[in-house]
Ligand binder design. Sequence first.
Ligand SMILES: NC(=O)c1ccc[n+]([C@@H]2O[C@H](COP(=O)([O-])OP(=O)(O)OC[C@H]3O[C@@H](n4cnc5c(N)ncnc54)[C@H](OP(=O)(O)O)[C@@H]3O)[C@@H](O)[C@H]2O)c1
Length: 251
Amino acid sequence: MTQTLLILAGTSEATALARAVAERGMVGTVSFAGRVERPLRQPLPQRVGGFGEAEGLARYLAEAGITHVIDATHPFAVQMSRNAVEACAMADVPLLALTRPEWQPVPGDRWQRVPDIAGAVAALDRPRMTVMLAVGRMHLAEFAPNPQHRYLLRLVDPPSHPLPFPEAEVIVDRGPFDEAADRALMERYGVDLVVSKNAGGTGAYAKIAAARALDLPVLMIDRPPQPERREAHDVAEVLGWLAHSGTDLGV
Ligand SMILES: NC(=O)c1ccc[n+]([C@@H]2O[C@H](COP(=O)([O-])OP(=O)(O)OC[C@H]3O[C@@H](n4cnc5c(N)ncnc54)[C@H](OP(=O)(O)O)[C@@H]3O)[C@@H](O)[C@H]2O)c1
């Protein structure tokens, strides 16, 4: 049977997987939520926008004849990942998550770990600092309780709403980023503290390495819990799973 893949995307790992799948002449669609104005062009057909929760995704899987789903979404995109588990169970389609290990502190890191965005907001209830807030534009409003800080924001697209704090510098740029450039950026803006999600992977790590080099503290937001599912950690492992998927379908 010809495999027809659905890749749930929004990460550089998903883009790498799409490239590998296309190079092998395999059939698949790459799906984006539509959060960024110009998603990176993919070497496979792409679709944009939600499916309508787990039921909508299950319907899509059946209608599009999807034989395998690879969830390569960001570790903080937990709603999509829950929907994928539920929908694949409903539609009886095998699911694999392409995940990356979380970052671990190394000597020289000055991390304060917080359990979630609310924890980061609470930890910022302190006297004025210059804060590099690298949490994506969806979460900016949650930081409104701490307008005393000067914020440095790096966003893929310009903010779509007025910012919830009076003093902010916005840099529109998309990763992957480079440690030396991030160090220079932090020095230029006089950053005192970095707020980051524990995204894992290499593309967003530059700011963490730069903070270490500059002896700056980092508020590190822990990942939300993900549902139980089968996981792979690199593209080769996903391709291996697909190659053996006639016999290897369990979680
Ligand atoms: N959260 C982050 O920090 C972060 C960082 C970098 C990239 N991203 C990427 O941005 C996207 C959205 O992240 P999020 O945290 O807002 O997700 P989320 O909270 O888990 O998802 C919210 C809803 O957005 C839709 N959705 C999410 N990802 C989708 C995809 N790849 N294709 C189609 N629909 C999708 C689904 O809508 P329906 O229920 O209607 O299907 C989902 O229920 C993800 O693709 C993720 O990989 C997220």
